[in-house]
Design a binder for this molecule. Structure first.
Ligand SMILES: [Zn+2]
Length: 312
């Protein structure tokens, strides 16, 4: 397995870490044949991707039912709870149109979709392309994580973050929510992994998480005072804080700049082509997710490149 030494960028206020710290984390080849190694990684990624595509579909439904129950309770209204159980594990995978359960072979990540040619076996309803897109992206993320950070703690946790960002991207795109059940655990996990200095020093991660949250919080309230509108959701603050926890504060300007630019370009393109009204809200989460992912893998090389070209 090819193991590349990734440089963690300039160190900020870091004196206590030993220089061979990352070498230890990175240099454990797990099988002698890299092709077989990557094949295992790809299969693992596809299985997680299959789980994520299910999560993206079910989690918003579970949360909405929970909110409805909470609201009814608060208003002292009778609960009209449906008897059917619906959670992450139940009912088994089924067609969202005709509710026919999937056969085991249809449930195989990536291949199930191709086998069915994107249609339900029973009612021929098209299966949303989102499913195979999530599975393919997660498979790719697993391969890139291991290729970039090696088969160790850094590669493993980079894949955990990638998977969470993929789930958040698709949930926010469809439902315009960034569930706390994903953002908050990942925020704490970012601080924990950086306790071992995997991607940034612990000090930089703590400052990053707090500064990121407070910065967007401030922008939100100033924007609301001036325009009377809410420009983003609280989920965006938590997502940006998560980014700070994983990346450390020095990469936050990169994340914000990249997310704002790509978001503005995409939104502009939608308005120009008439696919979206100017007043329609557009989720910011997917752009933040893409920027955080890019920063974890290529933040320092890109920042260095930018600064070098800016200074000429
Ligand atoms: Zn069907």
């Amino acid at each position: 397995m090819r193991v590349r030494q990734d440089h963690a960028g300039p160190r900020f206020h870091e004196t206590t870490q030993s220089p061979d710290h990352h070498t230890i984390m990175n240099s454990t080849p797990f099988v002698s044949d890299p092709v077989i190694g990557y094949l295992f990684v790809a299969i693992f990624g596809a299985v997680i991707g299959s789980f994520l595509s299910m999560l993206v579909y079910r989690l918003p439904i579970i949360l909405k039912r929970q909110w409805e129950r909470d609201c009814r309770e608060a208003l002292a209204q009778p609960t009209t709870d449906t008897a059917e159980t619906f959670n992450i594990a139940w009912p088994a995978s089924h067609c969202p149109q005709c509710h026919a359960p999937l056969k085991i072979r249809d449930n195989i990540p990536l291949f199930g979709y191709l086998l069915l040619r994107g249609r339900c076996r029973h009612c021929q309803a098209p299966i949303p392309r989102q499913y195979i897109l999530i599975e393919a992206l997660t498979t790719l993320a697993a391969i890139v994580s291991v290729a970039h950070f090696g088969m160790g703690a850094r590669g493993g946790f980079a894949f955990v973050l990638s998977a969470a960002l993929i789930a958040l991207t698709f949930i926010d795109r469809r439902e315009q929510i960034l569930p706390d059940t994903i953002t908050l655990p990942l925020l704490w996990l970012g601080l924990l992994v950086n306790r071992a200095g995997l991607y940034a020093s612990l000090g930089s991660a703590v400052v990053g998480a707090a500064a990121a949250y407070m910065f967007l919080w401030l922008v939100f309230h100033v924007f609301r005072l001036i325009t009377g509108k809410e420009g983003m959701g609280h989920g965006d603050f938590k997502l940006f804080a998560l980014g700070g926890a994983w990346l450390g504060w020095p990469l936050l300007p990169f994340v914000l700049l990249f997310a704002s630019l790509t978001g503005a370009l995409y939104g502009g393109a939608l308005i120009v082509t008439g696919r979206q009204a100017r007043s329609a809200p557009m989720p910011f989460g997917p752009f933040l997710c893409a920027a955080i992912w890019l920063a974890l893998f290529y933040g320092w090389p890109l920042t260095t490149l930018y600064l070098r070209s800016a200074h000429g």
